[in-house]
Design a protein around this ligand. Structure first.
Ligand SMILES: [Fe+2]
Ligand SMILES: [Fe+2]
Length: 167
């Protein structure tokens, strides 16, 4: 089963439509130019986080604002620079980029408060202030999970190749 097929048809459509809308309105495409973890771009990482956030929301017995959840997840790393490049402006990236992403997203999109806080506080517990909403907690959790998966996945690929001499 493909990963995306684990979402309901409604959630799949929401993810697709929101991504299309954000791509049309702002600079989301620029996230394709910078890597986030391993070989995963910031753009793909954001889609992964949105997917997992929706998956989580579908399994928890909580009412969630799915629209804000997906927009917040897709824009949570909208900092628009390559943090691997040495630059004074990228210092303390881990601590600062939530706020930078929220500021950029507010400039390029019409955000509500819920979406703004999802983005600004997704780096908890590295940053002191925790998420303010259940949607914020979902994105925060999904982000950690995706970051770990994207970081270790390339190593598993190497092991798999080494284990099979015909690959
Ligand atoms: Fe982040
Ligand atoms: Fe992230």
């Amino acid at each position: 089963m493909k990963r995306n097929e684990r979402l309901s048809a409604k959630d799949r459509r929401l993810l697709k439509e929101t991504l299309k809308e954000l791509n049309r309105q702002g600079r989301l495409q620029e996230e394709k130019l910078a890597k986030q973890h391993g070989s995963t771009s910031v753009y793909q990482h954001s889609i992964n986080v949105a997917y997992l956030s929706l998956w989580l929301a579908g399994r928890l017995p909580l009412r969630t604002d799915r629209g804000a959840l997906v927009r917040g997840a897709l824009l949570h790393d909208y900092f628009l620079y390559d943090w691997h490049k040495k630059d004074d402006g990228h210092r303390w990236h881990g601590f600062r980029h939530g706020k930078t992403a929220a500021r950029n997203a507010k400039r390029d999109y019409r955000l509500n408060r819920l979406e703004e806080y999802i983005i600004a506080r997704h780096m908890f517990p590295l940053t002191v202030l925790p998420p303010k909403s259940k949607e914020g907690w979902m994105v925060c959790l999904a982000d950690k999970w995706c970051a770990a998966e994207e970081t270790v996945r390339p190593f598993f690929r190497i092991f798999r190749k080494r284990g099979n001499p015909h690959k």
